[in-house]
Ligand binder design. Structure first.
Ligand SMILES: O=C(O)CCC(=O)C(=O)O
Ligand SMILES: [Fe+2]
Length: 156
């Protein structure tokens, strides 16, 4: 399943107090992000935890690996923590194309990514169920915490 979402961030009178979108990783396999040339997209650098602004380049796509990428590659790659900062001067538009498997897919480390030295780090999970639970929990007050891929992590 692939879907497209358009985001609009109006100018914000207090950009120090608000974010356009809080820190998150996408649950997708990967997301392609394209923007209108106004900056705001930031990624968290793993080495020192700093937020780094990505220079906006029009007519290009930014590849954002999501949770499924991390599971499929058995953590040879990690999902990317990112956020959106707003500014008081300019509105900003972005478009994301989100690539996810079909509803009934079982997500698990790919055969090619595991061996005896590097056994699977995740139990299989049902993508459709994961997605629906995550989607609904965005709007509901739940007793349980939001579903995460760490729920399926195999501890050594
Ligand atoms: O607007 C952006 O630059 C990124 C948006 C984003 O991360 C998202 O919609 O998941
Ligand atoms: Fe995102």
């Amino acid at each position: 399943m692939t879907y497209v979402r358009l985001n609009h961030y109006p100018p914000c009178p207090s950009p120090d107090l608000a974010l356009g979108k809080g820190p998150h990783v996408d649950a997708s396999a990967f997301t392609l992000l394209t923007t209108d040339g106004v900056s705001g997209f930031e990624v968290r650098r793993k080495s020192d935890g700093e937020w780094v602004r990505v220079r906006p380049t029009v007519n290009s796509f930014i590849f954002v690996p999501g949770d499924i990428f991390q599971v499929w590659t058995n953590e040879k790659y990690n999902s990317l923590l990112h956020r959106v900062v707003v500014n008081s001067q300019q509105e900003r538009f972005s478009m994301i194309t989100v690539f996810t498997p079909s509803y009934h897919t079982l997500v698990q480390p790919l055969e090619e990514m595991v061996d005896e030295q590097d056994p699977p780090k995740y139990r299989p999970y049902k993508w459709g169920e994961f997605f629906m639970t995550r989607r609904l929990s965005n709007f509901m007050k739940l007793e349980k915490p939001v579903i995460q891929i760490t729920n399926f992590k195999i501890r050594e």
